[in-house]
Design a binder for this molecule. Structure first.
Ligand code: ATP
Ligand code: MG
Length: 229
């Protein structure tokens, strides 16, 4: 679905992502684990086009998107839920969701979103800035979903969120994959969330992948040890 080959990304003189290659398959949930500062956000921002690739190639299906602007990549089918959520605090829940849409949304889409995230239905007229962190995270996912992605990319969706809401988010992402038949890429540091969610996991360290395992061979202790080095 999405494939990345020999990607290099950096800031000024510092190179952060070193010659990274990976794929995510249709309907696969790929979790990229890494400690603070290891390059998760840098990698994901380059997938959506907020940061340019210095070298390498990013493809969505058979379309190369490496040189496309972020809004063009969204149109191609890559949606991004940024770290820290970045919802619009002064817009209502409904208005926030509509910023992801091209125009009006069909009732069936609202029904789908509110079935995934019942709390957003209760708060549809409330300002985004007055939601809790977990509710804002759900709102950010809903906003990304209405762009009709083929690949949904989320940067540390559990950061600063309480365990019960983390479980809700994992459940919603699995339901989104099942209902929409899309691929999901998630960066994370929470091992239990990874174990709950992923089909395959990668561990990134200083801009390179140092470990990869499919769900059936995933060893939580091994990943924990890599994250605690
Ligand atoms: N705008 C920037 N300019 C220069 N260096 C940056 C910039 N943003 C990040 N970096 C550096 O790039 C490296 C990777 O940062 P990145 O934000 O991708 O890590 P991360 O894995 O997302 O970390 P976290 O878990 O804390 O979000 C770090 O060394 C960081 O200091
Ligand atoms: Mg980050």
């Amino acid at each position: 679905m999405l494939s990345v080959a020999n990607l290099n990304v950096g800031y000024g003189l510092s190179q952060v992502i070193h010659d990274v290659s990976f794929k995510v398959n249709p309907e696969e949930i790929l979790v990229i684990m890494g400690r603070n500062g290891m390059g998760k956000t840098t990698l994901l921002k380059s997938l959506i086009g907020i940061l340019p690739a210095r070298e390498g190639c990013i493809r969505l299906g058979d379309r190369e998107v490496t040189a496309m602007a972020p809004h063009e990549r969204v149109r191609e089918g890559i949606a991004f839920v940024p770290q820290g959520r970045l919802i619009f605090p002064s817009l209502t829940v409904e208005e926030n969701i509509l910023t992801g849409a091209k125009g009006r949304l069909d009732k069936s889409v609202w029904d789908e979103i509110y079935a995934l995230f019942p709390v957003l239905s209760e708060m549809r007229k409330r300002k985004g800035g007055n939601l809790s962190g977990g509710q804002q995270q759900q709102l950010a996912i809903a906003r990304a979903l209405v762009t009709n992605p083929k690949v949904l990319v989320l940067d540390e969706p559990t950061e600063g969120i309480q365990p019960s809401i983390i479980k809700d988010i994992a459940r919603a992402l699995k339901e989104i994959r099942r209902a929409r038949k899309i691929a999901v890429i998630v960066s994370e540091q929470v091992v239990s969330f990874m174990m709950d969610l992923c089909d395959r996991a990668l561990v990134i360290e200083r801009g390179r992948f140092v470990h990869e395992a499919p769900r059936e061979h995933l060893d939580a202790d091994k990943v924990k040890s890599l994250l605690s080095v």
